[in-house]
Design a protein around this ligand. Sequence first.
Ligand code: ATP
Ligand code: MG
Length: 261
Amino acid sequence: MSSLTQQLLSITGLSKQFAINSETVQALTDINLQVTPGEFISIVGASGCGKSTLLRIIVGLDSQSSGEITLGGQAIHKPGVDRGMVFQEARLLPWLTVRDNIAFGCRSNATNVEKCRLVDEHIALVGLAGFESAYPHQLSGGMQQRASIARALVNRPKVLLLDEPFGALDAFTRINMQQEVLRIWEAEKTTMILVTHDIDEAIYLGDRVVVMSSRPGTIKKIVPVTLSRPRDRSDYDFVQIRKEIYAEFFEQSPKPFAYAI
Ligand SMILES: Nc1ncnc2c1ncn2[C@@H]1O[C@H](COP(=O)(O)OP(=O)(O)OP(=O)(O)O)[C@@H](O)[C@H]1O
Ligand SMILES: [Mg+2]
């Protein structure tokens, strides 16, 4: 099989400009990225470098100014059930239960029996069995994010896009959720693209870490992470990768992290 046919998502020469009042903001410049089925891609970069814009273009909520983006060989023009997205805030509908929030995300042509089966499967997948009838305000932040992951996965998308999904969670819940996402990724083999400000999180989860430069966002470096999972954050090779990525942001000062070696 050629490398071309192995690609699921193909981004070529993608750029994006926004007009803010009379000014043009160059958000993304010449992004090139090929993602294979089942791959876990992490994206890190400074605030404002265009990470969310890139995910919004992949999910079809926004469009590129130039360049090409295809999923399974088809150009992306609008949102579709082949892509799911999880945001920093869970964005659940407060007047619906967990079950109904997840069912709400189900594709409209699913029968009621199919919907029930899919919803049950995904409630179990994210570890929310027993909380089907709870309303969002009755859940912890981590549980709300589990529900939003279930909602995004319920149509079995080809790609799950995660935009800082754990940014609002405390450190312990965040680590727990990283393990949960890893478990789900290993069980479902869904291709995942995670945007995060947490470099350790990016290395812990990703097959590759895409490092973006500041605005206008470009891909500065792609760092492969070939360590076996589950990964140990204090492992020598993990620390070396962390140093390599930090050096992209703070080229003169790798010392603060030397303690971990
Ligand atoms: N709808 C919009 N209209 C105009 N400009 C926008 C719009 N969305 C994003 N931008 C601009 O594009 C640039 C990239 O924004 P984006 O939200 O993608 O950054 P980000 O990397 O996700 O940042 P953060 O890490 O803070 O979430 C910013 O300069 C922002 O002002
Ligand atoms: Mg963002």
